[in-house]
Design a protein around this ligand. Sequence first.
Ligand SMILES: [Zn+2]
Length: 274
Amino acid sequence: MKVRFWGVRGFYPASGGRFVRYGGNTAALEVVSDRGARLGIDFGTGAIPFGRALLGQGFGAGKGALPVLLSHTHLDHTAALPFFMPVFIPGNRVDIYGAASGPLRALLEALFNPHVCPINSLDNLAATIRVHDVVDGPVAIDGFVVEALRVPHGQATGVAWRIEADGKRLAVITAIDHPPSGPLAATVALARGADVLLHDATWSPSDNGPAGLWGGARTTAAIAVAEQAEVRRLVLTHHAPQHDDAAIDALVRDARAHTRLPVEAAIEGEVLEI
Ligand SMILES: [Zn+2]
């Protein structure tokens, strides 16, 4: 199983010379199994180059089908849906899986509100878009064994995902508010034994500023989940847009000083072999 990081920022994109190493696009991932099954995770701005890349792989001819798992509905995980090129080509199918306090489709439809976006409605996209509200438990997606767990994330509903293929396990927890007492047992259980845990680690333990209002986890929380779940490797993501390359390097150094687990930060454009 391979994971390609198309976007690893939280909140809003970053650009400029101080951000070239870790990259500037917001959340988007591609997961591909050894047999060629593919799924996407989130529609941050990283989904724009991801969508362009898919055009050469059947989606340009309207023969593509892509399941996409949403971690939640905040803009840094959804705003690129109107700019995802496969949705403009008839014949393609995009199946979006996620959760919200009401119907997920209604929330995604808000992205296409005429005052927000000239497309006016999800229904105006040429491809077939199907939206699936998930509950806790298995989600049927061809080529993968997928498990969803709804987790608290502000007023939105976060979904933590476990994805298995080729005998490997990936846990993706990028939208979660852990209780002050530490991660919930269900969260730890979802990540249990993962070969890779990809966890939101927006903030260092000493970051202040808008952290409280914007949400986003601290490195300490990511380490707590990783250690309690006994994962093999922790990958930090959802980098704060005001953290330049040097700041993320420092955040990783600090995290490594607080755990014996292998820790690294997700880098846009890189492919992680699991
Ligand atoms: Zn986010």
